[in-house]
Design a protein around this ligand. Structure first.
Ligand code: NDP
Length: 448
C-alpha cells in the first residue's frame, strides 16, 4: 500500500479518517522510498488497521424517567510503544470515522512525547450540554459499565477530550473503581485529591503556547505584544488564553458552537476569570461575555457561512482550540492576508488539507496539532508515572517537565524536517519522527 485508495476502498465513509491518514502518507513518502523493507512488513496496512475496536450500547435514564440510548466506542489503535492512551469525546457528532482519525493522530503524537504510550481514543454520541449533573452521572456510569473490562492502568488509559472534563472523569473513575475493585491510575485528568496531577488541566493550552514560543524563537521573536486569535472556550482555549496573557500577548477572540467573541481591547486576567466561571461553573454560552465586557462584540454562527469570521481579524498569531476542520482554505487565506504568520494548533486537525497547503506555501510558522497540542497527553503520561510511584510532583516540577518535552518535540520536528530537505515544515517533521519510532517498534515486536 502506498496510496490512500486502499483505506478509502476498505472504509469508504470514514472521511475524517481518510484525511488524517492521507496527510501522514504524503509526508512519509521519502522514508518509504529509503526503507523498502517496510513494504514487505506491510507496515502501512498494519498501521491503519486498529488493533481492536469496541462499539457498545449505552442505555441510561433521563430526569423525566425516559430511557435513552447512546452509542459508545473505544478504538485501541496501536500499542507498539506502550499501553493505549487517548481521550474520550462526548459530542453528538462522534462516530467511528472521527474517533479513528483521533486515535490515528494520537499514535504519532504520543510517540513524539518520548513517553511510553500507545494510541487510542473513544467516546460517545452523547451531548452533556443541557443535561443535569445526575443525567451526566448516570450516562457515565452506564458507559463505564461496559468500558471497564477493556481498560486498565497497563492496558488502556483514557482521559478527557471535548465534552469530558473533570466532572465526567470523576463519575467515570468512581464507576471503574467500583466495578474493578481497585484504585488505580486507569484514567488521567483526575482531580488532585484522588490521584490527579498538577498542571494536567492547563497542559494542552500551556503546551501549545510553549510550542508557539519555540517556533517564534527561531526568528528571534517572542509572544510579547502579539495580537492572537483563539477559537473554542473549553479546556484548551482557556489555558491557551491564560498562558498567552502570562507571556504578555494580546488575545482578542474565543468561541463556542453558538458564535464568537471579538474583544478589541484584549482579554486580560479578570476577563478570563469571568469566562472560566461562565463556562465551567454556570455552563453558559460565550454570548453572555458581553454582559461583563460591553465593548466586546458577539457574532452568532451563520449556518450558511462559507468561512468563519473569527479568522478574519488583524493579528499575528492564531490558536485554533475548538474542533476538527474549523479552518478551511478561505479562513487560511484570510489569516495570512490579515498578517498572521504563526498558527499553532490546540485542537486536533483543525485545518483542512487546502488550508494547510496555504500555510506551508506562504512559509508561515505552522505547528501541526500532533506536535503543538501534545502537552495534554504529556502531562497525562506524567500523571501515570506519579500514580505508579504513589507520589505527587509539585506544580513547578510538572511545568518544567512539560516545557522541556515541548521544547524537545519542537526540536525533533525541526531537525527531522531539515534532514528530509523541507526546513521549517513542522508537519512533515512531526509525521516522519512519529512514524519512524512507531513502525520500527512494531517491526522489533514481530508480526502481531
Ligand atoms: P471542551 O469540550 O472543553 O471545549 C470544546 C470547545 O470547542 C467548546 O467551546 C465547544 O463549544 C467548541 N466546539 C466543540 N465542537 C464544536 C463544533 N463542532 N463547532 C464549534 N465549536 C465547537 O474540549 P477541549 O478544549 O478539551 O478540546 C478542544 C479541542 O482540543 C478538540 O479538538 C480536542 O480533541 C483537542 N485536544 C484536547 C486535549 C485536552 O487535553 N483536553 C488534548 C489535545 C487535543 P460548545 O461548548 O458550544 O460545544
Amino acid at each position: 500500500m502506498s496510496s490512500i485508495q486502499f483505506v478509502i476502498d476498505r472504509d469508504p465513509y470514514e472521511r475524517e479518517f481518510h484525511q488524517a491518514v492521507s496527510e501522514v502518507l504524503e509526508s512519509i513518502q521519502p522514508v518509504l522510498e529509503k526503507n523498502i523493507h517496510y513494504r514487505r512488513e506491510a507496515i502501512l496496512e498494519r498501521l491503519v488497521e486498529p488493533e481492536r475496536v469496541f462499539i457498545f450500547r449505552v442505555p441510561w435514564v433521563d430526569d423525566q424517567g425516559q430511557v435513552r440510548v447512546n452509542r459508545g466506542f473505544r478504538i485501541q489503535m496501536n500499542s507498539a510503544i506502550g499501553p493505549y492512551k487517548g481521550g474520550l469525546r462526548f459530542h453528538p457528532s462522534v462516530n467511528l470515522s472521527i474517533l479513528k482519525f483521533l486515535a490515528f493522530e494520537q499514535v504519532f503524537k504520543n510517540a513524539l512525547t518520548s513517553l511510553p504510550m500507545g494510541g487510542g481514543k473513544g467516546g460517545a454520541d452523547f451531548d452533556p450540554k443541557g443535561k443535569s449533573d445526575n443525567e451526566v452521572m448516570r450516562f457515565c456510569q452506564s458507559f463505564m459499565t461496559e468500558l471497564f473490562r477493556h481498560i486498565g492502568p497497563d492496558t488502556d488509559v483514557p482521559a478527557g477530550d471535548i465534552g469530558v472534563g473533570a466532572r465526567e472523569i470523576g463519575y467515570l473513575f468512581g464507576m471503574y473503581k467500583r466495578l474493578a475493585r481497585e484504585f488505580t491510575g486507569v484514567l488521567t485528568g483526575k482531580s488532585l485529591n484522588w490521584g490527579g496531577s498538577l498542571i494536567r488541566p492547563e497542559a494542552t493550552g500551556y503546551g501549545n503556547v510553549y510550542f508557539a514560543a519555540e517556533m517564534l524563537a527561531t526568528r528571534g521573536e517572542t509572544l510579547e505584544g502579539k495580537t492572537c486569535l483563539i477559537s473554542g472556550a473549553g479546556n484548551v482555549a482557556q489555558f491557551t488564553l491564560e498562558k498567552l496573557i502570562d507571556l504578555g500577548a494580546r488575545p482578542v477572540t474565543f468561541s463556542d458552537s453558538s458564535g464568537y467573541i471579538y474583544d478589541p481591547a484584549g482579554i486580560d486576567r479578570p476577563k478570563l476569570d469571568y469566562l472560566k466561571r461562565l463556562k465551567n461553573v454556570q455552563r453558559g454560552r460565550v454570548s453572555q461575555y458581553v454582559e461583563f465586557c460591553p465593548d466586546a462584540v458577539f457574532t452568532p454562527v451563520d449556518p450558511a457561512r462559507e468561512y468563519n469570521p473569527l479568522w478574519d481579524h488583524k493579528a499575528e498569531c492564531a490558536f485554533p482550540g475548538a474542533t476538527q476542520n474549523e479552518i478551511n482554505d478561505q479562513d487560511a487565506r484570510h489569516l495570512v492576508n490579515n498578517g498572521v504568520y504563526l498558527v499553532s494548533e490546540g485542537a486536533n486537525m483543525p485545518t483542512t488539507p487546502d488550508g494547510i497547503n496555504i500555510f506551508i506555501d506562504r512559509g508561515i510558522l505552522y505547528g501541526p496539532s500532533k506536535a503543538a497540542n501534545a502537552g495534554g497527553v504529556t502531562v497525562s503520561g506524567l500523571e501515570m508515572s506519579q500514580n505508579s510511584m504513589r507520589l505527587n510532583w509539585p506544580r513547578e516540577e510538572v511545568d518544567k517537565r512539560l516545557k522541556g518535552i515541548m521544547k524537545d518535540i519542537h526540536r525533533m520536528c525541526r531537525e527531522t524536517a531539515e534532514r528530509y530537505g523541507v526546513p521549517g515544515n513542522y508537519m512533515t517533521g512531526a509525521n516522519i519522527a512519529g512514524f519512524v519510532k512507531v513502525v520500527d517498534s512494531m517491526i522489533d515486536q514481530g508480526v502481531v
